[in-house]
Each structure stands twice: as C-alpha cells, then as structure tokens.
Design a protein around this ligand. Sequence first.
Ligand SMILES: Cc1cc2nc3c(=O)[nH]c(=O)nc-3n(C[C@H](O)[C@H](O)[C@H](O)COP(=O)(O)O)c2cc1C
Ligand SMILES: O=C(O)C(=O)c1ccccc1
Length: 345
Amino acid sequence: MLPYEALEAEARARLPEAVFDYYAGGSGEESTLADNTAAWGRLRLRPRVLRDVSSVNTGTELLGARLASPVLVAPTAFHSLAHPEAERATARGTREAGSLLVLSSRASRRVEDVAAEAGPWWLQVYVFKDRGLTRALVRRAVAAGARALVLTGDTPVVGRKRRDRGDSALGLPEEDFLANLEGLTRRELAEQAPDVTFADIDWLRELSGLPVLVKGVLRADDARACLHHGAAGLIVSNHGGRQLDGAVATAEALPEVVEAVDGRVPVLVDGGVRTGRDVLRALALGARAVLLGRPVLWGLATGGAEGVRRVLDGLREDTARTLALAGVPDVSSVGADLVARTLWR
Ligand SMILES: Cc1cc2nc3c(=O)[nH]c(=O)nc-3n(C[C@H](O)[C@H](O)[C@H](O)COP(=O)(O)O)c2cc1C
Ligand SMILES: O=C(O)C(=O)c1ccccc1
C-alpha cells in the first residue's frame, strides 16, 4: 500500500463511519473526486540527468511568508470531528512543519484560539447570506493576525454528497458549528450567500486591508475577472470534488489559468495532490504551491498535531527526493520542460 493509502486506512479505522464518509466523500457520482488524482497520474515526467543535486532546497516564499516547502494546508471544515484539539492541533502541526494554514470559515474552534497556536495563516472566507456574519469574522481574523483572505468562489450553494447521512449523523456539537459565527444561535441561519460575486473581492479587500485570493477558479475568463477585481492570487480548485461533480480535474484546468494570469499573481492548486511527484507536476504546470485537504485530516485523526506534522514533513521529504531524481536543485528551477506533452492521453 502507498503511504497515503495506509494513512487513509488508519484514519478510516479510527473515525466513526459517518465522519470518514463526510471527509472522504465527494458530490454527485464522485467522478471529479476520482479524476483529480487520476489526472496528476497521467502526467509523465521528463527528468534532467547529470545535475548536481547534493543539496536540494524545497523552501519557497509566498505573499511574504517563508515556507519549508510549496505545500499549504487547505481549508477544511469541522476539525473537532477528527480530534478533540481540533484546529488548534492542526495549527500547531502546520507551524512545526514550516507550512501555512488556511483556516476554514467553518472551523470548529474560535479564530483567536487557533491563531494562538499558528505560524503564518490565512482565513478562508465564506460569504454568508447575512453579510454581517462574514464582516464580523473577517474583522476578528484581521485582529488575530491573519495575513490574507481566501474567498471561496465555488460554493454559492453546498454540493450534495452521495455519502451524506444528514447533519445529526456527524454528532457535531452546536457550539462547534457556531464557533466563529458570533451571536448566532441556530445553524440554519448560517447559509451560504448564493449571490456572492466578483464584487465581493473588492468588498473583502476594503474591509480587511489584506490580500484576497480567490479559490475555486477553473477557467481563464474567471481568472481574468478576479484579477480585474484586485485578487492577489488564485487557487485552481474544484473543492476536492465536493461541489459541481463532473467539473474538470484541477491538473487539466491549471494550464489555462496559469496562461491567463501570465505571472501577475501567484497561482496555487489543490485536489488529489498526494505525492512529491504530484507536487512536481503542479509546479511544472506553473503553480507556485499546492494545498492539501484530506491528507491533513487523516494526519489529525491519527495523531493530532504530531500527525499533521508527520503528513507535511513526509510530503516535504518526498518532494525533495523527487526533485533530486528529476535533476532539479530547488523549487524555482522547476520548469514546464519537466512534464511531457502527452499526445496519447
Ligand atoms: C471535509 C472537507 C471540508 C472542506 N471544507 C472546506 C471549507 O470549509 N472551505 C473551503 O474553501 N474548502 C473546503 N474544502 C475543500 C478543500 O479546501 C480543498 O479544496 C480540497 O479538499 C482539496 O482536495 P484534496 O482533499 O483532494 O487534497 C473541504 C474539503 C473537505 C474534504
Ligand atoms: O464540506 C465542505 O466541503 C464545505 O466546504 C462546507 C460547506 C458548508 C458547510 C460545511 C462545510
């Protein structure tokens, strides 16, 4: 079994079935979920030979943050389902690994408490129907030291997950659901705003004074519109196959977004990244960094902060070995030449 599959199996054995299925599952027929990993696997590599790789450096810099590797922690909801220390443990493990945490708007612990354990972190923003809820959360995140906002653009409504057993099966305490929704007493009041638009990029920029990245971009025209509204970065994502099923795999969408952005802001990508080879593939297609969703949840479920650190350190080491095997001494030397143009795919 691959290390990732072994880790997933261990998490599955530890978690209640409904929780595992909530984390692991995707929407619809789960075709996009399956395609994300498969699409990275289809890209064939073109290693360089006879390069000096006696010292390989995975370090990188992203919007002013120094990182041990080009791997960030993706925003995922409700970490208290995986571990009693919840997002506080995720924040600690992420900091210890020299990575950056993108904290979900649906976190199960208060942003102030998570920030106290975190290294560099960004807040993922859901715009709620009641924009006052979002405004209050953003203000608290700014006060607590968030360095950027990540506006999720692919969730005007929540995708139907085929493995969903209903809210009550998860056993999530009400206070965990409402951790960052000041003054709310009922979860039904925290609905996604179906009218979230590009104008909300401007709104969030002005409200926070922070750089705003947009997550969920899969098309060149949308990438250009985000830049027009002042986005400081883009994350190519299909929400780990949890929103529109049938949406294109992120490895396939990445090149057109990179081309449209033309180096003006960093482009990141997530979805199905599991190995150092996948990290190299993403960088070769023009991503500045990748984000990890489910693997971090499995690390948290199996080992708390230490488990999160192990997942991130493990992927950093695998990335370093992959770079050496590909004849690349550092992240900034990765180029499009590292992947084959596969005509037979
Ligand atoms: C259980 C779960 C919860 C998620 N919650 C959020 C969220 O609150 N906000 C968000 O922008 N994305 C959320 N995502 C999507 C992730 O940020 C990310 O796009 C995706 O998980 C990456 O794919 P991967 O899990 O294959 O690495 C969630 C994903 C999972 C699996
Ligand atoms: O589960 C998710 O992927 C997610 O982003 C979400 C959206 C709304 C409520 C809870 C989680």
